[in-house]
Design a protein around this ligand. Sequence first.
Ligand code: GAP
Length: 441
Amino acid sequence: MSKKDEKNQRMEDLISLCKRRGFIFQGSEIYGGLAGTWDYGHFGLALKNNIKSLWWKKFVTDREDMYGIDADILMNQKVWQATGHAENFSDPLIECKKCKKRFRADKIPDVKKCPDCGGEMGEPKQFNMMFKTHVGAIEDASSVSYLRPETAQGMFVNYKNVIDAYHPKLPFGMAQIGKAFRNEISPGDFTFRSREFEQMEIEYLIKPDSWKEVFEHFRKEMFDWTNLIGLKKEHVYEHEISDEDRAFYSKRTIDFEFDFPFGREELYGLAYRTDYDLKRHSDFSGIELNYLDEETKERFIPHCIEPSFGLDRSVLAVLSDAYTEDNLGGEKRIFMKFSPNVAPVKIAVFPLLKNKPQLVEKAKEVYKNLKKEFGAVMFDDNGNIGKRYRRQDEIGTPYCVTVDFETIEKDNMVTVRDRDTGTQDRIKIEDLFAFFKKALQ
Ligand code: GAP
């Protein structure tokens, strides 16, 4: 198999597991789908929620300098005029004169020749990626609004509210997790380039002379984060964006790239946005968006360091690094090697046989007690033990607990099976809490 075929195969295997085990489905699937949209099923949602909560804990609740925001997706159209998105948030679009297919001009090998039919291509033109809509019953220029293409602006426009409500001292940050929408010309690579996705962003406001130090701080925090969610160190890279490729308002940008099965691509971004956004909003709204330094009595517009994380790309990276095949006991198996802190299910509890009421009763008791403590615990009595292990391996459950006849008749011990090694240990029921407290850290 060529390298390219291998990569495609790996991606197909992952997509097929995601559907089979209920992580991610094509959006509107029964109607033939809608390109660039994806729906999360029970386990995909659990994985996504775990990543979200870890992010919020690390970047908001564990710190003393962050303020959470949950701004609306629809905003006054002036927001996007102020930021320049209404005019400039576009990608180069090119159409084939023969088959009429449209492509992103910077993503095809030859802008003269159609990658699909070989036909002659037209001239590239700029295509604005914001989804336009109208707010209210009248559809005219004054009612135009957009689905936000980034969560960032929901924070900048609340800067004054944060200052007035909490009186924070610089440096401090605003953090938000929420949906963003981009009418991508060529969505693709599973959820990697979607038209609707979630971002986890921070706008960290600083005095201008401290930008280098703060940039370095978040650079390290972002690497630590990739480690926290279990991404392999050797799959994460920094890519310094050159002066020509950087957004015009940014003085420095680093992309964190990741080895996805389809190649190395952007996972996250870290940018020094200067005072561009607050300055523009101040100019366009006519509202002063400055900061009073109480020591020097100087007023100035704070500068901003922006760590920006795609949530769906985080999920995809975690899924792709977790996907593992091995030969356990001479049989090929697939398992998801999730770090316990993101695993959708932490422990599964089985009765050895489902038609033996005394086993089921004991297993339910163990299940309920573990669930009270560890939350994401699943009871499973479907099919034989081998099938249950295979199912839990593919969901990525780190441990399975089986109640058998010896548990009841002999020693009050259960079998605890480790997902990664397949090893099985007998552990006393009363020792399970302590065991899992340590093992699931
Ligand atoms: N506020 C800055 C900003 O939005 P960006 O590089 O355009 O910067 C930030 O987007 C992150 O959002 C990306 O690093 C990526 O993780 C995610 N992202 C961007 N476009 C996406 C798309 N079409 N589908 C999924 N995630 C996307």
